[in-house]
Ligand binder design. Structure first.
Ligand SMILES: C[S@@+](CC[C@H](N)C(=O)[O-])C[C@H]1O[C@@H](n2cnc3c(N)ncnc32)[C@H](O)[C@@H]1O
Length: 257
């Protein structure tokens, strides 16, 4: 192990939720108010940063697709440097920091330096999106399983080794993170694997932000729409599977007996 005398500061991995400050946990707010340094991702910026104390040093280490980003090693090095200097550090990550957030890399860097840390959980964007769309993610008998997948790997392409038996399961709700760019390819491969092109799909863009947009469609039509629109600057999630009807659609159905 490393020299314990180096271990002075403390790092809180704070999950920011989808971006709406009202969806922060009370613990997240307390940690932001007490922080001396806040290292934040682009998706965790915005009004949430206003909760940090006036004297806090705010450092953007934002990672966004198709834009210049801080390298993971420099983020790790900054965390270690500020913690070693004895500071209360908040590492602010979007949604829940444990989901597609490179949390393990950063924890590993701290563990190697004997720096103490905690993880403050938050509302994952997928759960905030389902709530904003007014739909449950599971449904008795028809959607008994849910799964989160990433639609892009480090190269920006569709990840290799996707488990198509699992992700083309018509009885599961699947949520694709970082999936807009490759959704046409993903959708075609799902259909080739036996999934109906008419499988319901939902695009949830900029959830919890003023630009929020929800588009209900099917996997085939959504794929065509995303190709026609081209890349968006907003973060988005794609849901597909036996998605529950929206409140509007429910109004048109008879009340269950
Ligand atoms: C690096 S991952 C981080 C996920 C995050 N840890 C979470 O729990 O939501 C970034 C991706 O999460 C999704 N995402 C994050 N915030 C979002 C939001 N407010 N609206 C829609 N999608 C969001 C998008 O797919 C985005 O490309």
């Amino acid at each position: 192990m490393n020299n314990p005398a180096k271990a002075t500061g403390f790092v809180s991995f704070v999950s920011s939720g989808p971006g709406d400050p009202e969806l922060l946990t009370m613990r997240a707010v307390k940690r932001l108010q007490a922080a001396e340094v806040v290292l934040y991702d682009a998706l965790a910026a915005g009004p949430i940063l206003d909760l940090a104390s006036d004297g806090a040093q705010l450092i953007s280490v934002g990672k966004r697709a198709r834009r210049p980003s801080a390298k993971q090693e420099s983020v790790n090095a900054l965390l270690v440097e500020h913690a070693r200097a004895g500071r209360r550090v908040v590492r602010l990550k979007s949604g829940d920091s444990g989901i597609f957030g490179r949390l393990e890399e950063e924890i590993t860097a701290l563990v190697h330096d004997d720096i103490a840390f905690e993880i403050v959980p938050g509302v994952p964007s997928a759960l905030a999106a389902a709530a904003a769309a007014g739909i449950p993610l599971t449904r008795r008998q028809t959607a008994r399983r849910m799964q989160f997948i990433t639609g892009a790997d480090v190269t920006g392409g569709l990840p290799d080794h996707l488990n198509f038996d699992a992700i083309a399961d018509p009885d599961a709700t699947t949520v694709v993170f970082m999936g807009q760019k490759n959704f046409a390819e993903l959708s075609a491969r799902l259909v080739a694997h036996g999934m109906s092109p008419q499988t319901p799909a939902l695009l949830a863009e900029a959830v919890g932000h003023p630009e929020q947009r929800m588009v209900r469609s099917t996997i085939a039509d959504l794929a065509a729409m995303l190709v026609a629109e081209g890349p968006s600057t907003h973060p988005a999630l794609i849901f597909y599977g036996p998605l529950a009807a929206s409140p509007d659609q429910l109004r048109r159905l008879p009340l269950p007996g």
